[in-house]
Design a protein around this ligand. Structure first.
Ligand SMILES: [Zn+2]
Length: 443
């Protein structure tokens, strides 16, 4: 990786304008975080009511004992252009389960069976063999219950359930926020199974964090449970097993890595220890979302989880906290960008936990899309990241394919809560128009 990053994203390639742009965009992102607090209140109320509803529901006892996985800090995730998006994983209480890896998917997708036959409530969600836990049945029931919950308790409050997407594990609720010019807020509710038997073989080695977070931390991670969400692989003509498959999720570990991200434990504890790691990731996600908005069809397979994966790889290699001091924002971001670009060029972005799985390989990421991405990233680098200059204008929701592990892709409008930011945008607009005029004249 060292050699990958040296070739591209060299420090000397950062012009003063680019440096200014990266900092400016970083400030925008910080501001928008504050904006999230109101949305958090609304979501808290919704989820608490939903849990109450499930606990007391008569028609589906299996869903009575759900708990919110990652409770407490489940809004800590780094949401980018859409600060109003939330993922809530609801853990179902299950008897002992056994995993089997679906081989053609390199350790990402699994069939989940009961360890032994049971008369407990989960029996209504099994396939005919009376052992295999059906992903589609559980997802469908989650959908039905959420619909009933909204109809009974939140009728007329504006929540809408989005159409059930076959590749998404989530039931997605949306709410239009009138005070924000119809900005949309969305909540992904994902049923989740816990398998406490230890990490599957494909992830056994654990994430490569020895140099960064330490060996002890890696051992702690690997001793935790893993979770599974009802998600099938992409592609046509899936086998029956694949249609009922569950995808492994490390989002609880990812969250922890985001939160305790320093080489030293004190990183970001006080003002003098601040680092720019999280901001770098948000900038990269922002760039990805911007590109997707510009080329929705060509870059359909691209998602923010790719950015997050690249981010973790860079963190595990560029470990010193001092390298990520706030003053190093532009340099650090360009290192991350350079690494991401190099991954695209090489067609290789290994899953951070399940290393055999390459996010940039077909069918999940077709060759054509990868070539397009490579060119788009090169263009961004050569032109000084124009995609970061444009405040995203709409809150169009792009159908999500990877809803659990990362926020829905797509962008929303920038909410300039401080009027000084409006000036900045006007200024940016003027710059863009000027550049446009110059380009026209040069031609
Ligand atoms: Zn830090």
């Amino acid at each position: 990786m060292e050699s990958q990053r040296r070739s591209i994203g060299d420090d000397s390639s950062i012009s003063p304008e680019l440096d200014r742009l990266i900092r400016q965009r970083g400030r925008d992102l910080r501001l928008r975080k504050l904006d999230q607090q109101n949305a958090v209140k609304i979501v808290n109320h919704l989820i608490e009511s939903l849990l109450e509803f499930l606990k007391n529901n008569d028609d589906q006892p299996f869903f009575r004992e759900v708990s919110v996985l990652t409770s407490g800090s489940y809004y800590e995730m780094v949401k980018i252009n859409k600060p109003n998006e939330f993922d809530i994983m609801l853990k179902l209480k299950v008897p002992r389960l056994v995993l089997s890896n679906l081989e053609e998917y390199q350790g990402l997708f699994y069939k989940i069976n009961l360890f032994k036959a049971t008369q407990t409530e989960i029996q209504h969600f099994l396939l005919e063999d009376e052992r295999t836990v059906s992903a589609t049945k559980i997802k469908a029931e989650m959908h039905r219950l959420v619909r009933k919950f909204i109809n009974n308790h939140f009728q007329g409050e504006g929540w809408v359930i989005r159409r059930n997407l076959i590749n998404s594990p989530a039931v997605t609720l949306e709410l239009k926020l009138k005070e924000k010019g119809n900005d949309v807020m969305s909540v992904d509710i994902v049923p989740t199974l816990e398998v406490p038997q230890g990490w599957p073989q494909a992830a056994r080695a654990g994430p490569n964090i020895d140099k960064w977070l330490g060996k002890k931390c890696r051992r702690q991670f690997v001793s935790k449970s893993v979770y599974f969400v009802p998600k099938r692989p992409k592609g046509r003509n899936l086998k029956d097993d694949a249609k009922e498959s569950w995808r492994i999720s490390f989002s609880h570990i990812e969250k922890e890595m985001m939160q305790y991200h320093g080489n030293k434990k004190t990183c970001c504890e006080t003002h003098s220890n601040k680092c720019c790691r999280k901001l770098c990731m948000r900038l990269l996600k922002c760039l990805i979302e911007g590109l997707k908005q510009q080329y929705p069809k060509e870059l359909e397979p691209l998602c923010s989880y790719h950015g997050k994966t690249a981010f973790f790889h860079v963190l595990s290699d560029r470990v010193q906290d001092s390298l990520w001091s706030p003053g190093q924002l532009s340099v650090s971001f360009m290192k991350l960008f350079g690494y991401f670009e190099q991954c695209a060029i090489n067609g290789s972005l290994p899953h951070f936990f399940v290393r055999e799985h390459n996010h940039f390989s077909p069918p999940a990421f077709p060759k054509r899309a990868l070539v397009f991405l490579t060119n788009a990233l090169r263009e961004q680098r050569e032109l000084g990241l124009p995609v970061l200059k444009v405040p995203s204008p709409t809150s169009a929701l792009v159908p999500d394919t990877e809803a659990v592990i990362h926020p829905i892709t797509g962008t929303d409008s920038i909410v300039a809560s401080d009027s000084s930011f409006k000036h900045v945008y006007i200024y940016l607009l003027v710059v863009i128009v000027c550049v446009g005029i110059i380009c026209v004249f040069q031609k």
